[in-house]
Design a protein around this ligand. Structure first.
Ligand code: AMP
Ligand code: MG
Ligand code: ZN
Length: 405
C-alpha cells in the first residue's frame, strides 16, 4: 500500500494528462515521486495482477532505484518519474496502445523501464566518461556506456535481493520478454541512436507493408516513443519546458567546467561562457524535436497537439535571446535554479531532522491507497530519501558560491 496525502492523490488524478506536473507530485509525496508513480500507474492499468507482479518487491525495487538516483539537477528521480508519466500519456491518450495493440507485458515493461532508464546517472555524458577512461566506459567498451550501466545496475538490484525481484512469479518466457523490452527501450535512449532509429521508422512508413501492430514495426514504434518521452521537455507547457531545460544546462555547464579542468575539449552545449541557452533550444527543436514528433504524429495523430506547445515554446525562447545573453555574459551560473531545486531540497532534508513531536504536528493527513484490491491492515511506509545525500554537483556549486563570497 502507498501512504498518500490528499495533495498527492489530487496530483495523481491528473496522471493521464499531458500537462501533468511531476514537481508538484514530488512536493506532495515528500520526495517519493518515483516510488509513488510507478506502482500507481501500473495499478491504474490493472497491470499488477495481469502481469503477476510481486507488489512488495516492486516497491522495494523502485525505492532502491529512487535512492540510487543522484541529487543532481536533471538526471534524477524526478526525471525518471516524468518519463514514466509521459510514456503513460503517450500510451493511453496518445494512442500507442490502440495503434500498436501493445499488450500488458509490453506496457508494464516500458513503465518500469522508465524508472530504470537513468539509474545512477553521474551527471556527465557518455563522451565525457569515454574521454576520461572512466571504469564504466572501460566496462562497456565505450558503447552506450551510461545506458548499459542504467540497465545492468537496475537488473543487479533485482538479482541481488529476492525482496526486490518483482518478476519472481513470472514464467521464464514472460521474464525473457520483459527483460528484452526493457533492454531495447533503454538502449534506444542513447542520443547517438536518434537519427538511426528515426530513419528506420521513416523508411518503414514508406513501405506498403508497414503494420504498427506487427511485432517488428511495433517494437520500433514503442522504442521511439519511449525515447521521445525522454526528450519531451521542449513540447511540454512553457513553464515545465523552461524549468527542465535550465535544470539540464546546470548539469551540462558543470560537465563543461570539468572538461576544462581535465584539459579536454569542451562538449557542445557545455561551455558556460559561449552558450546562449535560448538559441540552443531553437536548434534542438528544429533539428531534433520537430522532425521526430512529425514522424511520430503520422502514426499517432492523437499527439498532434504537441506541435502547438512546441511552436509556442520556440517563440518564448526566441523572445529570450537577450535575457540568456546576459546569463551567458555572467557565466550561466543559473543560481536561481540551483537555489530552488538543490539547496532547498538539502535544507528540506535538514528540516526533516525535526523531533518526532514537531514532525507529527506538521505532517499532512495520510490516506492509504490500496493497489492490490485486497484489504490489508499494514501499510508500506515510503519514508523520505536518505538525509544529507549530496553529490559532487551540489558540492561544486556550494564551493563556487563560497569562493565568490
Ligand atoms: P537522457 O540523458 O537519457 O535523459 O537522454 C536525453 C538526452 O537528450 C539528454 O541527455 C540531452 O543530451 C538531450 N536533451 C534532452 N532535452 C534537451 C534539451 N532541451 N536541449 C538539449 N538537449 C536535450
Ligand atoms: Mg539516459
Ligand atoms: Zn533520461
Amino acid at each position: 500500500m502507498l501512504e498518500l496525502n490528499d495533495e498527492a492523490i489530487a496530483e495523481l488524478r491528473k496522471i493521464d494528462q499531458f500537462d501533468f506536473d511531476i514537481f508538484k507530485l514530488r512536493r506532495a509525496t515528500r520526495d517519493n515521486e518515483l516510488v509513488t508513480i510507478v506502482p500507481y500507474v501500473l495499478a491504474r492499468h490493472g497491470l499488477i495482477g495481469a502481469c503477476a507482479i510481486e507488489l512488495n518487491c516492486l516497491f522495494n525495487f523502485v525505492k532502491t532505484l529512487q535512492s540510487g538516483y543522484k541529487n543532481i539537477t536533471y538526471h534524477n528521480k524526478t526525471h525518471a518519474a516524468d518519463v514514466c508519466q509521459t510514456f503513460n500519456y503517450f500510451a493511453t491518450n496518445g494512442g500507442i496502445k490502440d495503434v500498436t495493440k501493445m499488450d500488458n507485458m509490453e506496457t508494464m515493461s516500458c513503465l518500469i523501464a522508465a524508472s530504470m532508464h537513468d539509474y545512477e546517472h553521474p551527471g556527465v555524458n557518455n563522451m565525457f566518461l569515454v574521454n576520461i577512461s572512466d571504469s564504466m566506459a572501460v566496462k562497456y567498451n565505450d558503447r552506450s556506456v551510461l545506458e548499459n550501466h542504467h540497465i545492468a545496475a537496475s537488473f543487479s538490484v533485482m538479482y541481488s535481493d529476492p525482496q526486490c525481484n518483482w518478476t519472481r512469479k513470472m514464467s521464464r518466457d514472460e521474464f525473457k520478454r520483459v527483460r528484452h523490452m526493457i533492454i531495447e527501450t533503454v538502449l534506444t535512449t542513447d542520443m547517438t541512436k536518434h537519427f538511426l532509429e528515426l530513419g528506420l521508422l521513416s523508411s518503414r512508413l514508406e513501405n506498403e507493408n508497414f503494420n504498427p501492430a506487427d511485432s517488428k514495426d511495433k517494437e520500433l514504434l514503442i522504442k521511439i516513443m519511449f525515447h521521445l518521452s525522454d526528450i519531451s521537455n521542449p513540447v511540454k507547457d512553457w513553464r515545465l519546458c523552461k524549468l527542465w531545460t535550465e535544470l539540464l544546462f546546470v548539469e551540462f555547464f558543470a560537465q563543461g567546467d570539468m572538461e576544462k579542468m581535465h584539459g579536454l575539449e569542451v562538449s557542445q552545449l557545455c561551455c558556460r561562457t559561449t552558450t546562449n541557452v535560448a538559441k540552443t533550444q531553437i536548434g534542438f527543436i528544429d533539428f531534433i524535436i520537430t522532425p521526430s514528433f512529425n514522424t511520430a504524429i503520422r502514426v499517432f495523430p492523437k499527439i498532434a497537439h504537441v506541435r502547438d506547445n512546441c511552436e509556442k515554446n520556440k517563440e518564448h525562447w526566441a523572445g529570450l535571446f537577450d535575457e540568456y545573453q546576459k546569463e551567458q555574459d555572467s557565466g550561466n551560473k543559473f543560481l536561481h535554479i540551483v537555489d530552488q531545486y538543490i539547496m532547498k531540497e538539502t535544507k528540506a532534508s535538514r528540516r526533516s531532522t525535526l523531533t518526532q513531536g514537531e514532525k507529527k504536528s506538521k505532517q499532512p493527513q495520510q490516506r492509504n491507497v490500496n493497489l492490490t484490491g485486497h484489504q490489508r491492515r499494514t501499510s508500506k511506509n515510503l519514508g523520505g530519501q536518505d538525509e544529507g545525500v549530496k553529490v559532487d554537483l551540489v558540492l561544486r556549486m556550494e564551493d563556487s558560491e563560497s569562493s565568490q563570497r
